[in-house]
Structures are given as structure tokens and as C-alpha cells.
Design a protein around this ligand. Structure first.
Ligand SMILES: Nc1ncnc2c1ncn2[C@@H]1O[C@H](COP(=O)(O)OP(=O)(O)OP(=O)(O)O)[C@@H](O)[C@H]1O
Ligand SMILES: [Mg+2]
Length: 354
């Protein structure tokens, strides 16, 4: 097992710079998730760590040793891809052990390493089958087994679950979390699915346009997003954003006023409030609006409420009887407001203590 250090890593394709100033220290045993929208550079960064893509600038250290020019096979890593890339003509067993055979490891030693891997991933009954005789989830488990049997220092996963249906994704996500709990191998996991990131990560590295936007535990980023982008990317349903003006210690959009228990510099302010942070309240105060839409989500309803020129999503318990067209009052605790500068898109007020 090993640490991974990225020091000012860059990537250029000709004149196009797709990654810049990437600085990250990953601790031994840590489970790191690279999260971000399509094209932000997650795969590029992972492939540079794997040695599948040349590093244009900066230093990559694994276990304290510089790896920039080291062959992929000598970096102590194993990678699991989105498309499992299994050999169709080989059995499950051969697919898992092929790499070890090619490395000249003897049959007895291979069998010894195979047993716990097969056990951990529940693949025992499938060993003689061909990949085409497996479901997508089973094929991806074979791909994970093939990576695991290498007993790498670092696991790299690039969207390993995105070809699977929602239910399988959920169950395999649990298996990956359990494997990491048992093996504790340092892991980097790429996804654009914020739920996967929240549930798996010790720390999330949120990326945007080839750089790190924010880094922290899922709780830290969820509770104190540094930027509008981080606030909007993490959390479902998505945070509401309201344009307001800060004057004389009060936030107002002309129609409504909100008091906040800390000083906010005068000028335009974007207020972020998560749909679950609202309370319906008809006792006056807070915001008022008209119910436009009411979606039943099972445990909750997601209610769209038009407040002035803004449409706000509010998550309420499903048993509450909210009717479309109804006028309704809303409140939120001041500690659940996130204030941003609309120009710099940076958080305006200090990180909350919880
Ligand atoms: N060979 C290449 N030549 C030029 N540009 C490239 C090349 N490979 C990737 N890029 C660009 O680098 C950027 C990052 O791509 P990358 O594949 O790392 O994104 P990603 O975050 O993994 O996205 P996704 O979620 O869609 O997989 C993109 O803008 C992409 O167009
Ligand atoms: Mg990618």
C-alpha cells in the first residue's frame, strides 16, 4: 500500500491545456474520488497516474518514488475501466489469472491468490463460464477481481459502474466499499455521479475544467461548499439559488427580506438553500409563493414554488398535503443559508461550525 502525491501536474495536447496546477496528497489507505462534469479531466488525471498518458509537467510520486517516466507495469497500480474489456474467448478464471500467468507466476501460487479474490467477489460458481454468459454486474466483478489479484499498491477505477443499471450500481458500490474496508488499498475512483462520490469517498476531489475546485470530506463539501459550482454539483435535489442584494445588514430582492446573523458586505449576493432546508410555515415571516408543481418521490414530495421571479424547489415529507395553485409560506434557518458573491462565485461567509 502506498501514498500518491501529485505536485503541480499539467497536461497539454498540443496547444490545448487540459490539466493545470494539480496538487494532491493522498494518504496510505485513503479512498479518494475524482468527481466532476464530463470533460473536466478526471480520466486524463487517472491515466497519468496509471502511466497510460504522458505527464506534461510536474511530479507524480507513488510510495514516495517519482513515477513520471516509469512503465505502467512498474507503478504498483491496477486499474478497472468502465468497459470491462474481458477476453471473450477466455473463461472467467483465465480472465482473472491471465496477467499473473504472463508474469511467469506458477500455477500453485496463482491458485493460492485466486481463492480469496473469488471468495471476496462471489465469483466461485462462474469460474468456468465465458464473459458472454455473465450479466454486466458479474462481468464488472470479474474485472475488479482481475485488478485485485495483482495485489496492487494503488487501485484506480474509472467509472467502473456506469454501464450498469441503477440497482446493480447500488449493490456493486456496496461491494467496492466493503472490499476497501477489508483490503484498505489506497484507491482513486473516478465518477461524475455525486451520490457514488458521497457514499464511497474518504475525500472528494471536485474538479472543474482541468483544475481542483474543492477538496474535502463529503460532509465538508456538502455543508460548506467553497463556490457556486461546488454548491450546485453536490447534493440532490440541487440547491436553490436566489439573487438578492445586501443592504444595511438585510438581504432583499425588493419583495422579500431575509435577516442573517452575520455581517454580509453590501452588494449583490447569491443565496443558496438546499430543498430539504426549507420548512413550510404559514405564520408569516420568511418567503411566500405559489405552488407550481408537486412531485411525489416516495418518502418526500418535491414541490416547486414560485417566489417573486424565482422558482424554488422544496422537499417536504410526502404525507404533507400540498396542492398545486396553493399559496404557501416558507422558512429556513439562517445556518442553512449559503451566501456567494455572484461575480467571483466564491463563498462569502465563514465556514460554519457544527
Ligand atoms: N487525445 C486528446 N487530444 C486532445 N484533447 C483531449 C484528448 N484526450 C482528452 N482530451 C480533452 O481533455 C479534456 C479532459 O478529458 P477527460 O477524458 O479527462 O474528461 P473526463 O473528466 O474523464 O470526462 P468524462 O466524464 O466524459 O469521462 C477534455 O476536454 C477532452 O476533450
Ligand atoms: Mg472520463
Amino acid at each position: 500500500m502506498a501514498t500518491v502525491e501529485c505536485r503541480g501536474i499539467r497536461k497539454v495536447y498540443g496547444a490545448l491545456e487540459v490539466m493545470r496546477d494539480f496538487d494532491l496528497d493522498i494518504d496510505d489507505h485513503e479512498f479518494i474520488v475524482f468527481l466532476g462534469p464530463s470533460g473536466c479531466g478526471k480520466s486524463t488525471m487517472l491515466r497519468m497516474i496509471a502511466g497510460l498518458e504522458e505527464i506534461s509537467g510536474g511530479d507524480l510520486l507513488i510510495g514516495g518514488e517519482r513515477m513520471n517516466e516509469r512503465d505502467p507495469g512498474d507503478r504498483g497500480i491496477a486499474m478497472v475501466f468502465q468497459n470491462y474489456a474481458l477476453y471473450p474467448h477466455m473463461s472467467v478464471r483465465e480472465n482473472i489469472t491471465f496477467g499473473l500467468e504472463r508474469a511467469g507466476i506458477g500455477k500453485a501460487a496463482i491458485d493460492q491468490r485466486l481463492a480469496p479474490v473469488v471468495e471476496a467477489l462471489g465469483l466461485g460458481v462462474y469460474l468456468a463460464r465465458k464473459p458472454t454468459e455473465l450479466s454486466g454486474g458479474q462481468q464488472q466483478r470479474v474485472a475488479i477481481a482481475r485488478a485485485m489479484i495483482k495485489t496492487p499498491e494503488v487501485f484506480l477505477f474509472d467509472e467502473p459502474l456506469s454501464n450498469l443499471d441503477a440497482k446493480l450500481r447500488g449493490s456493486l458500490r456496496v461491494e467496492i466499499a466493503r472490499l476497501h474496508r477489508d483490503l484498505k488499498t489506497t484507491s482513486i475512483y473516478v465518477t461524475h455521479d455525486q451520490l457514488e462520490a458521497m457514499t464511497l469517498a474518504d475525500r472528494i476531489v471536485l474538479m472543474k475544467e482541468g483544475r481542483i475546485e474543492q477538496m474535502g470530506t463529503p460532509e465538508e463539501i456538502y455543508q460548506s461548499p467553497d463556490t457556486l459550482f461546488a454548491a450546485g454539483f453536490i447534493g440532490t435535489p440541487t440547491m436553490n439559488f436566489l439573487a438578492m442584494e445586501s443592504t444595511n445588514g438585510v438581504l432583499t430582492d425588493g419583495a422579500v427580506q431575509l435577516g442573517v446573523p452575520f455581517a454580509v458586505r453590501p452588494g449583490p449576493v447569491t443565496i443558496g438553500i438546499r430543498p430539504g432546508a426549507f420548512k413550510l410555515n404559514d405564520q408569516g415571516g420568511g418567503l411566500r409563493g405559489r405552488v407550481e408543481r408537486n412531485e411525489f418521490h416516495g418518502e418526500t414530495r418535491l414541490v416547486s414554488i414560485r417566489v417573486g421571479t424565482n422558482e424554488i424547489s422544496v422537499a417536504v415529507p410526502a404525507f404533507l398535503n400540498v396542492r398545486e395553485g396553493e399559496n404557501i409560506g416558507l422558512d429556513a434557518d439562517a445556518q442553512d443559508l449559503h451566501l456567494f458573491d455572484p461575480v467571483t462565485e466564491k463563498r462569502l461567509h465563514p465556514v460554519r461550525e457544527r
